[in-house]
Design a protein around this ligand. Structure first.
Ligand SMILES: Cc1ncc(COP(=O)(O)O)c(C=O)c1O
Length: 158
């Protein structure tokens, strides 16, 4: 899991990708909470398979996507549904075009708004920190600056 949906922790995906590459094993990451919020470079990070979900990026519910690496190495997956052999035999059944388009549009928007969102979230984080510090006696912040992103864990004592 790239970004944990409960506690916000981020895995060091590039390091995991390197370990997998060295061990010659395929690497799948669940990027449902990462896509559209932080830049993802499947090449650099050694990702072979990556799953994402539409509604996490304000896209429609009921649609997701699986990135499958095509070369170096070519990854082949076994279909989970038998039937008409759509999507090159990987996913039988008819896809809903409106949901597919919605997912694509949502991810496109994320790309153009990512910088602005980061600035806004950074502003909110700093505001939260300032307010908590001014109102509580003891507040402990565990800050982590990773790839220019600010992750904050807050512990409060009354
Ligand atoms: C990290 C992560 N993976 C997968 C899922 C499941 O995605 P979906 O709701 O599209 O099945 C969620 C949350 O719903 C999630 O936070």
């Amino acid at each position: 899991m790239y970004v944990n949906n409960e506690i916000g922790t981020m895995q060091k995906i590039e390091e995991i990708g390197t370990i997998c590459k060295d061990a010659n094993i395929l690497f799948h990451t669940d990027a449902a909470q990462a896509i559209g919020k932080i830049p993802i470079d499947v090449e650099k990070m050694g990702i072979h398979l990556m799953s994402v979900s539409g509604h996490k990026v304000y896209g429609p519910k009921g649609i997701g996507a699986l990135y499958v690496r095509k070369k170096a190495p070519r990854v082949r997956i076994r279909p989970q549904i038998d039937g008409g052999g759509q999507e090159f035999g990987v996913r039988s059944g008819t896809l809903p075009p409106h949901l597919c388009v919605g997912l694509g549009a949502a991810v496109d928007l994320c790309k153009t708004e990512m910088d602005r969102d980061h600035k806004h979230i950074r502003h909110l984080s700093l505001y939260l920190e300032k307010e908590l510090r001014s109102k509580l006696d003891a507040v402990y912040f565990h800050l982590l600056l990773l790839n220019n992103f600010f992750f904050v864990h807050i512990y409060m004592c009354h």
